[in-house]
Design a protein around this ligand. Sequence first.
Ligand SMILES: [Fe+2]
Length: 337
Amino acid sequence: MKCLNIISITAILSCLISQTAFTKEVNVYSYRKPQLVKPMFEVFTKKTGIAVNAVYAQKGMLERLRNEGNNSPADLIFTVDIGRITNFKTAGLVQAIDSEALNANIPSNFRDPDGFWFGLTSRARVIVVSSERIKKGEISSYEELAQSKWKGRVCTRQGKHPYMAALTASVIATHGSDQAKIWLTGLKNNLARRPQGNDRAQVKAIYSGICDVAVINHYYMVKMLADPEQKKWAESVRIVFPNQENRGTHMNVSGVSMAKFSPNPKEALLLMEFLASREGQRLYAEKNGEYPVNADISPNPLVKSWGNFKQDTLGLGEIANLRESGVRLADEVGYND
Ligand SMILES: [Fe+2]
């Protein structure tokens, strides 16, 4: 008790307060941007008195965790896309969690069957089309992107990017490798330009008249509509939720895992459970444009206005298993050439 060496009573009191204010803490490594998770952490701290210390980065978390080994201060890893999430599991850097609350609040297709990761928000990979040049109903599935009527009219990002590799993995899961290869070859042959840029760049390309159809994650529409410069790009397209007549629209997640050597596992589990609870999920829905994984909670009003749609319930674990095959197919068909 360092405080006892202090003479003044007020100094002792303030010293004790500073020592006890946040004796409990959770250390977070996050690939998610601060504005997407910090508001939830603040509510959690207010409710529980448990501090959340977060490190934010764009890359290098896996290497950092590996280098720190069992001295790592990390309790929880926040990341996006099933490919990146499962990399931590494959590298043996996260631990399995068996929590009744997590299992009850997160549908089984949005979490690891072995408990190594849990989806917290979901995103739909939608087709966007030029509102001006494409009539309603002209395209309604991922499969149609490979039809010759779209020759020279489709834009996508690179085929090996995790978002595209996951979509290809879902096509492999549905139709098998051979059919998926024919599909990806057809899609490649329909590209208006060499695959390039991020999801927003595809919408800009439709706005600029370079192509008529693209594939993007739905929340970029929310972001572009809120951006003065990009609003006109978003307003030039219409969203199509693909494959409503059959398996539904391809979904992915942002998720959380507990680090293998988590020094504060109890507090970390409380934070995970809070984020998956109705309250946590409601906060996610308010603060960003993603879908809550808990189906009882509505998305934000703009996203809700796009209507309900059928989601592909293919387990993300299966997509994770097939995503390497998706990357290989992109190479085989020379998607990025
Ligand atoms: Fe993204």
